[in-house]
Design a protein around this ligand. Sequence first.
Ligand code: SF4
Ligand code: SF4
Ligand code: SF4
Length: 257
Amino acid sequence: MNKLRLGFFKYSCCMGCSYFFAYVQKHVPEVLASFDFVFIKLLSRKGIPEGPFDIALVEGTITEAWQVDELKMIREHSKKLFAIGSCAVIGGIPAIKATSPELEVEKRVYKNLSSIHSIKPHAVDAYVKVDGYIRGCPPVERDLYEALTSVLTGRKPDFPQYSVCIECKLKGNICVLIADDMPCMGPVTNAGCGALCPSMNRACYSCFGPMKQANAPGLAKKFKAMGISRDDIIRKFTEFGADTIEFRKAVEMVYED
Ligand code: SF4
Ligand code: SF4
Ligand code: SF4
């Protein structure tokens, strides 16, 4: 059987998802043996080779105009395109920049702004159609393999569509929100991590981003009733989800309240 052509592309981010991908390759090679790694940004000094690609994995937030052009070119030459990691899926940590006036963050970091051409940070699907979302910061193996095997078998990928609370309850954890008054974001966060943080007696901080149609304003109200400051509530909903409709609603509610 011919191997499928895979490209791993990277935009503004810490490259942690690339390292995760390299780690998975080393430890669980069975599925990845079916792919020909045509391009992996982490391992390449050269520019992007010409497609076509059977599958494109795209990591990072889109923060510059040239990235939009390149991303559209990749989409055009790829049968399937998956966003991988919270930066690409929801805007992630780089999207915090969108909560400040334009260029304020850049001014804090760079003395000379003449070479800075940043645009408002957005997730990958703000510009191109995405065939699936491999969530997390970094993601988990299960979702990466779901994406890869869906392409190998020609079926629709099946990712978790429920909250971290469901995973937490299935593990039999004591709820840190109810029992310990910790501001846990689990009720509004998409599952996939196996409730990693609450299982270690820590509150979820939503690194997987919002679950679709999450009642984020409801949770923000609960945090307020727990005595958490306005600024801390805003931080919770903008750390990873500043570019998401669901968490923006919570922030707007806090400002209006
Ligand atoms: S999702 Fe997290 S691990 Fe992946 S690139 Fe972004 S910040 Fe790094
Ligand atoms: S600890 Fe957090 S994730 Fe677990 S059930 Fe409670 S609110 Fe949900
Ligand atoms: S519990 Fe929340 S913060 Fe922790 S890994 Fe899961 S989604 Fe991320």
